[in-house]
Design a protein around this ligand. Sequence first.
Ligand SMILES: [Zn+2]
Length: 131
Amino acid sequence: MDYDDMLDKAQDEVPEDLGSGERFEMPEVDTRRDGSKTVFENFTEFVKAFNRDEKHLSKFVQNELGTAGHIDGGELVLNGEFRRGQITSRIESYADKYLYCSECGKPDTVLEKEKGVEIMKCQACGARNPV
Ligand SMILES: [Zn+2]
């Protein structure tokens, strides 16, 4: 193996974005009105960006908006009329509460249940805090 091959190999082994600690770019919320309902069109994008359970995220958004809803084909259908900004601010609260580590502020966290208590574990600094 020559030097260039070694460089290529080293680069292949660097995991993308993992543990970089950057606060990632939050996607923009897209919505559309459907009669008396509001459809949060790119809901799945946030589930993926946050790497969280879709039910966990949808329940939080519904509770915060004080409404009910359901997930339909990757979209979150909410009862009632909501502006995009209202949904965005709930998504931001979710990220503050369940995504960013309260110790180091990095988004490299996972949620775990321990004895019925939700624990946020940070893979960057090792902090463990109930949420
Ligand atoms: Zn941390």
